[in-house]
Design a protein around this ligand. Structure first.
Ligand code: ZN
Length: 235
């Protein structure tokens, strides 16, 4: 994707333009530039990084992005296509079914992720896991490990990523240094999706099933003996 500022102070973005999940309305949407730094001013000062304010096409709120400058020429200021989101959208997570302590810890983990502090996100994810293991006991911990293995197969995680995730969630603080794998943006994104699935499988799915079963019991018509017989014996 080629993206640059012209001497007329216009931002040119090839292909689809810039689309992201808006930090205000959480919609995946396109952005329209609303404040672009002046070409002349930039050409004189030549900063390595510049900021552009956009407007969310869905809700109209301002979204601020930072770009690295690739190249200054007389006809364009070329920007690197991968921008930095200053404010990131919060991840939507159904946390209500989690044990209270784990819910509090994981909320902070999500806050770290939204702020782009990926190693802090990893550390808080580990604390969440430790809290859950305490709550669920040894058997629950083994079940969660089985779930992680399933996710590995389903999502076709490679060995390096799997080893890192296992290290984050199932490693111990007393392991030899470094006892916590380093997380970059990509790996933190994978960890986020794994946590989503792991927590869903372990708590949300179970709780929803339990509620659905209770609801069925509540609304099911009372069996009469005749009904029961008809069900058992096919005609
Ligand atoms: Zn918006």
């Amino acid at each position: 994707m080629s993206i640059y500022i012209t001497p007329q102070d216009e931002l040119h973005v090839e292909y689809q333009g810039i689309a992201l999940t808006c930090p205000h309305c959480q919609t995946l949407t396109h952005l329209t530039p609303s404040a672009i730094p002046k070409f002349e001013d930039l050409s004189r000062r030549k900063p390595k990084q510049i900021g552009i304010v956009f407007q969310c096409d869905a809700c109209g709120e301002p979204v601020f992005l930072k770009f690295f400058v690739r190249n200054y020429t007389a006809t364009r200021i070329e920007l690197a296509p991968n921008y930095i989101e200053v404010e990131r959208a919060r991840e939507n997570f159904p946390l209500t079914y989690l044990p209270e302590e784990a819910e509090g810890l994981f909320k902070e983990a999500l806050g770290c992720y939204a702020a782009g502090c990926f190693n802090a996100f990893g550390s808080m994810s580990r604390r969440t896991a430790q809290s859950l293991f305490r709550e669920l006991g040894e058997r629950g911990k083994l079940e969660m490990f089985d779930t992680l293995q399933e996710i590995r197969t389903l999502a076709e995680l490679d060995d390096d990523n799997f080893a890192a995730l296992r290290g984050v969630l199932f490693g111990s603080d007393s392991d030899p240094w470094p006892n916590h794998p380093h997380l970059n943006a990509e790996r933190a994104g994978i960890l986020l999706e794994v946590m989503r699935d792991l927590l869903y499988q372990t708590f949300v799915r179970k709780e929803r099933l339990r509620q659905a079963m209770n609801f069925r019991k509540f609304v099911a018509p009372a069996d009469t003996d005749a009904d029961a017989l008809r069900c058992e014996a096919p005609p």
